[in-house]
Design a protein around this ligand. Sequence first.
Ligand code: ZN
Length: 157
Amino acid sequence: MPNCEMCGRGVGVLKRAKIEGAVLDVCDGCAVKGEVIRTPYAGGQRSGGTMRPAREVKVVEYEVVSGFGKVIHNARKGREWDVKKLSLVLHAKETLMHKIEAGKIKPDLSFAQRIEHALGVKLVEKVEEDEDDGKSAGSSRGGMTLADFVKVKKVKK
Ligand SMILES: [Zn+2]
């Protein structure tokens, strides 16, 4: 069983994530601290011969969208909030919010979701990965984002 390169936990499936500039194979818990490059990453899947039962589990990942800083900035401006107001609403440091808006710091998932609720924007996107058997060519991607977007618009007052 491969081990997470961050915390050392033994997990079945590792994710390749960029964390603080380093590319590591990590567990779910650690992956959210960085930017997932590829998921899932199963260690040593290559060995031919072993007949593993097909896993029906769909891997559902959530990622903070790229360009989050701009999204937050524009939404905040749209509400005519200054950074101070936003940081108060989020119970976050003003300097942190400046850095996030500048794209220097990427909020983690839970914080991104709080920003989503505060501003009525879309910051976290769902990434669904089929198991990597190369047979699911018919899976359609992209419909999800639009549906989510509509949902967000409804929330907005
Ligand atoms: Zn870990």
